[in-house]
Design a protein around this ligand. Structure first.
Ligand SMILES: NC(=O)C1=CN([C@@H]2O[C@H](COP(=O)(O)OP(=O)(O)OC[C@H]3O[C@@H](n4cnc5c(N)ncnc54)[C@H](OP(=O)(O)O)[C@@H]3O)[C@@H](O)[C@H]2O)C=CC1
Ligand SMILES: O=C(O)[C@@H]1CCC=N1
Length: 264
């Protein structure tokens, strides 16, 4: 099975890195295209996959073709590959904001199409992907696609109306988490900790908290209460976050990303 990528940027590299590390796909079975020589050389050297500036070659070869370009370039690139796509190929778009109807409009209403929303932790096998399909993708074909998406993390099928929510909660949220991590570490630096050590402690605290929630299945409120001793140190920090509107700010951030996805 040949996997093609049109676009070899941040998200494609994370997915390729994740797929190869799980050994679900061999590097010989991946081909990718990008715009600049710099990217083509870099990705070829990093992952040992074949790279080319020829989008049509990738589209012709691929059994599963990932569209990993920016949504703004769909209008330019999709008409270029439309004529060479194999009828049985599965097209998988990862673009924010581009609906199944948009992509069928640019390619053909007859294509087998999956629309998904991954995230960059795919690079370390901890990605999270929501995916939906059009009516031409069979259960068996979807299972092959989901297996590929699960090679770099959690993947679940969702109705298309929830894809923009997936973008907010997991596609974009690594950026919010990194903002939080920077701030958390800055707080430790303020208290005298060396910066490098502060990043390790901050990241491990977030990783451990996420794992605790996933592995115990407990409500986040219950886990928060387990940390928060009466008249203790944590409640002081919790009070400050509540006063500064932390939760409202996070909800509004997700809402802003969802709304942008709806209006791209
Ligand atoms: N980054 C993320 O966290 C996530 C991104 N996405 C989606 O993934 C897609 C890609 O995003 P991201 O990886 O961040 O973007 P990048 O800008 O990092 O990568 C875009 C890639 O597209 C290539 N490209 C541009 N024009 C062409 C063209 N005409 N033909 C072939 N390749 C071209 C670029 O080539 P070159 O490098 O040579 O310039 C680059 O490799 C977007 O649609 C985005 O919505 C989805 C989930 C998460
Ligand atoms: O910022 C973006 O538009 C992309 C899509 C989801 C994450 N990054």
């Amino acid at each position: 099975m040949k996997i093609g990528f049109i676009g070899l940027g941040n998200m494609a590299k994370a997915m390729i890195g994740g797929m190869l590390s799980k050994e679900i796909v061999r590097k010989e079975d991946i081909i990718g295209s990008a715009k600049t020589e710099h990217t083509l050389d870099q990705v070829n050297q990093m992952y040992g996959i074949m790279t080319t500036s020829d989008n049509q070659l990738v589209a012709k070869e691929a059994d599963i073709l990932f569209l990993a370009i920016k949504p703004q370039f769909f209008g330019e690139v999709l008409p270029e590959i439309r004529g060479v796509l194999r009828k049985e190929a599965l097209i998988v778009s990862i673009a924010a904001g581009k609906t199944i109807a948009d992509i069928e409009g640019l390619l053909s209403a007859d294509i087998k199409l999956v629309r998904c929303m991954p995230n960059t932790p795919a690079l370390v096998g901890e990605g999270c992907t929501g995916a939906c399909r059009n009516g031409h993708v069979s259960d068996e074909e979807m299972e092959v696609c989901m297996k590929l998406l699960r090679s770099f993390g959690v993947a679940e099928e969702v109705p298309e109306r929830l894809i923009n929510a997936v973008a907010g909660v997991s596609g974009c949220s690594p950026a919010y988490v990194f903002q939080f991590l920077e701030a958390l570490a800055d707080g430790a630096v303020l208290a005298g900790m060396p910066r490098k050590q502060a990043y390790t402690f901050a990241a491990q605290a977030v990783l451990g908290s996420a794992k605790l929630m996933l592995e115990t299945g407990k409500h986040p409120g219950e886990l928060k209460d387990m940390v928060t001793s009466p008249a203790g140190t944590t409640i002081e920090g919790v009070r400050v976050l509540e006063e500064k509107g932390f939760r409202g700010a996070v909800i509004d951030a997700v809402k802003a990303s969802v709304e942008k996805s709806e209006n791209m």
